[in-house]
Design a binder for this molecule. Structure first.
Ligand code: GDP
Length: 193
């Protein structure tokens, strides 16, 4: 997809602030510092629309980016940052639940993982949390440029196995550095809109 227009519409903390124009949404989730902002920026050809987070765990808002007046990317706050207090973690949970449970314009969630590593316990929890709401999940295994070509299949399998992924959910190896996986990512987004 050629992105001509991308703008942040709102950073929301609660339901009443969500946009109400009924456009479809694709949410983006991932561990802090996994490469989520880089993924969005690469997809929409912006250097810095989704601010690459220098302080992991800081932005506790749902950021709604309107793309081509056609749909929203909803950037959800990163998880798994050790220094976040228990209270903040709870607040995060409430916010996530409110969003994932009620948002009927939400079409699918892209869960960003690091292809180099086995998904963390937090990644597993997140995947299972999303499936609890019966959401479709597309796993974006990023930082593909950091592993050897010959290891891709093995790492993808490990990702699937550790997350206990359902058959219909797919994994897309991706690199924000090289742009590999970008067309595949747009392909599935298009399917879900
Ligand atoms: P976020 O906290 O999940 O939004 O993570 P960022 O997008 O800010 O990325 C965290 C760090 O990983 C930054 O230093 C990025 O430059 C780096 N990074 C993100 N994606 C890739 C990638 O595909 N390949 C490589 N080599 N580095 C990446």
């Amino acid at each position: 997809m050629k992105v001509n227009n991308a703008e942040i519409v709102i950073s929301a903390v609660s339901q009443k602030q969500y946009p109400n124009d009924r456009l479809p949404e694709i949410a983006l989730a991932g561990r802090s510092n996994v490469g989520k902002s880089s993924f969005i920026n690469r997809l929409i050809h912006r250097k810095n629309l989704a601010r690459t987070s220098s302080k992991p765990g800081k932005t506790q808002t749902l950021n709604f980016y309107k793309i081509n007046q056609l749909f929203y990317f909803v950037d959800v706050p990163g998880y798994g940052y050790a220094k976040v207090s228990k209270k903040e973690r709870e607040k995060w949970g409430v916010m996530m639940e409110e969003y994932f449970e009620t948002r009927d314009t939400l079409k699918a969630v892209m869960l960003i993982t690091d292809i180099r590593h086995e998904p963390s316990a937090d990644d597993v929890n997140m995947y299972q949390f999303l499936k609890h709401f019966e959401l479709r999940v597309i796993v974006i295994a990023t930082k593909l440029d950091k592993i050897a070509k010959g290891k891709i299949a093995k790492h993808v399998k490990r990702t699937r196995d550790t997350l206990q992924m359902e058959k219909e959910d797919i994994v897309i190896p991706f690199s924000a550095e090289s742009g590999e996986g970008k067309d595949e990512a747009w392909g599935v987004i298009r399917q879900y809109l």
